[in-house]
Design a protein around this ligand. Structure first.
Ligand SMILES: Cc1cc2nc3c(=O)[nH]c(=O)nc-3n(C[C@H](O)[C@H](O)[C@H](O)COP(=O)(O)OP(=O)(O)OC[C@H]3O[C@@H](n4cnc5c(N)ncnc54)[C@H](O)[C@@H]3O)c2cc1C
Length: 502
């Protein structure tokens, strides 16, 4: 049985829902016609641009059967209940920043960004609770405005994502003692696709299996309404960037990864070196680094040069040298933690990222270095973009987290799409993924990969537990997106079924 705790959920959500019946009333007795009528208000018309879903990189796209844009918990419940009665599937999305087709569906799509706002901030418990469609930008602003100010412990390269989307893919930042952000979640409020669309509040203490599965649930364990997450006092970071020879970093990976609270390395293959950024908490005054001139060179000129390299591929290494010339230098930045931890990801991109056991990371990077060098020496070889990003996270106990049970080194590659235009990437990124897989890597769930359930089972010992949870809370398969059916349930659905071709 599901550990339904509607009272706890109502307590968490009491701020925006003074009318607690939004959460606690059973919808079982509401007629289907009444549900349909109630949902007219948040149903997206088919002629609206929102009726088509495309991910941020505009690499995958779908036109779902129906699209909803709810703003209340009650509407979320009504959508799930109506879908269950109609035999439809429901797929929640945040802002579509997942680079794969994870956000796509041909069924019903629920755009969760309207379900947003701060619900609670507790200095005593060191937690904050947000509705799931709240973006990280809004989370940072709300925590910074608290008295005294607070902050998330760690974040990834961007703050555009919704907190619900971020949790559902075990998004990570960097730091050998900092786990993926989902590990900081204390409790979650979920709508389940069971009769009456019950609302539950899950945590380590209440229905732990469902809580743990939902810490990286891929949208399949329930519609997340709210996320309670650990926070700490607001902090500044002093980040020092230095330039290293590639082999020097690879040969001293463990030592470098532990040399600061948040360590990141960016490898510029055509530039021949790596930038290592080490960030630690500090109380010294802010010293931000940004200039309009730097932005023009780093963004606009680079995009133009990348566009030229689409027509003249052997020009690509020169763009890499240009990027290295811009980035490859010593610098010191002091600023609010979240500003330092975010990174300018530049343009829409094809991307692949794998989580390696940190003990296997150096060998994996050596194999990648050799492959890239071979390609560079071959006039017809692959021409790679920059940077290869190397980050770390602490082990966790989340069943589907790529950092499950091991100190992890994340290795990610990008191939930019200047002005949103297509660029060949599959040969290079497939080989990259094969190298990572051969070294025991696990792919980032939000990024493209080919894993079938038998592969997932080999690398995730708690995979059967995850499948048992989704079977228990969703026996009718209401929340089974095409991605989940392909990678978790093993249905033979093409990898490129939602691929967008410009
Ligand atoms: C430029 C860029 C930089 C990135 N940097 C990093 C990084 O540094 N580290 C990292 O790990 N990842 C990174 N990512 C990946 C990103 O963090 C994840 O893809 C994240 O899930 C995106 O959040 P979203 O709100 O866009 O969710 P979406 O992409 O819209 O959805 C992602 C998943 O969450 C589920 N979901 C969304 N909302 C809900 C909800 N309310 N209830 C239940 N399920 C829900 C969806 O069903 C889907 O399975 C980056 C992506 C981009 C494009």
């Amino acid at each position: 049985m599901v550990g339904v705790d509607a009272a706890a959920a109502a307590a968490l959500l009491s701020a925006p829902y003074a009318d607690r019946s939004q959460l606690t009333s059973s919808l079982e007795s509401v007629s289907t016609d009444d549900l349909r009528n109630a949902l007219e208000a948040c149903s997206v018309p088919s002629r609206s641009p929102l009726a088509v879903f495309s991910n941020w990189a505009r690499t995958f796209e779908c036109r779902p059967q129906r699209v909803f844009a709810p703003t209340t918990a009650l509407q979320c419940r009504q959508i799930v209940e109506l879908a269950r009665r109609d035999g439809a599937t429901v797929h929640p999305v945040g802002v579509g920043h997942s680079p794969s087709d994870l956000g796509c569906t041909n069924g019903w799509l629920v755009r969760m960004e309207g379900v947003q706002g701060t619900l609670d901030i507790s200095h005593t418990d060191r937690t904050a609770t947000f509705q799931s469609g709240t973006t990280l930008h809004a989370v940072h602003a709300a925590l910074a405005a608290a008295q005294p100010p607070l902050a998330l412990r760690n974040i990834g390269s961007i703050s555009d994502q919704t907190i619900g989307g971020l949790i559902s893919t075990a998004t990570h930042g960097s730091g050998v003692t900092y786990p993926v952000i989902s590990a900081d979640v204390r409790s979650l409020v979920l709508v389940l696709p069971l009769p009456g669309a019950p609302v539950v509040c899950v945590s380590r203490e209440a229905d732990y299996p469902l809580f743990a599965a939902s810490q990286c649930g891929l949208g399949a364990t329930g519609l997340i309404l709210a996320v309670e997450i650990t926070v700490e006092d607001a902090y500044r970071l002093e980040e020092v960037k230095d330039v290293y020879d590639v082999d020097e970093v690879i040969n001293n990976l463990d030592e470098i990864s532990a040399s600061a609270q948040h360590v990141r390395a960016w490898w510029y293959p055509s530039g021949g070196g790596m930038v290592v950024a080490r960030a630690n908490r500090t109380y010294i005054p802010a010293k931000p680094q940004s200039s309009l001139f730097g932005h023009i060179l780093g963004y606009h000129v680079t995009q133009f040069l990348l566009c030229v390299s689409r027509f003249w591929r052997n020009f690509t290494p020169y763009v890499g040298k240009w990027a290295w010339w811009l980035a490859g230098r010593h610098s010191v930045t002091v600023d609010d933690g979240y500003k330092v931890l975010n990174f300018d990801c530049l343009f829409p991109q094809y991307t692949s990222e794998w989580a390696l056991d940190s003990a296997a990371a150096a060998d994996c990077l050596r194999a990648l270095r050799d492959y890239i060098a071979e390609e560079a020496a071959n006039p017809k070889g692959q021409r790679v973009h920059f940077p290869v990003e190397i980050r770390w996270s602490a082990p966790d106990d989340i069943p589907l987290s790529p950092s499950y049970g091991r100190r992890t080194c994340w290795i990610g590659v990008v191939t930019y799409r200047p002005y949103g235009l297509p660029v060949p990437y599959r040969v290079f990124q497939t080989r990259f993924a094969q190298i990572c897989a051969a070294h025991g890597g696990r792919p980032h769930w939000a990024k493209e990969h080919w894993l079938a359930p038998k592969d997932v089972e080999e690398i995730y010992e708690r995979f059967p537990e995850f499948r048992a949870v989704i079977q228990r809370v969703d026996p009718q398969g209401v929340l089974r997106s095409e991605y989940v059916r392909r990678h978790i349930l093993g249905e033979d659905l093409p990898l490129r079924m939602f691929k967008r071709r410009p």
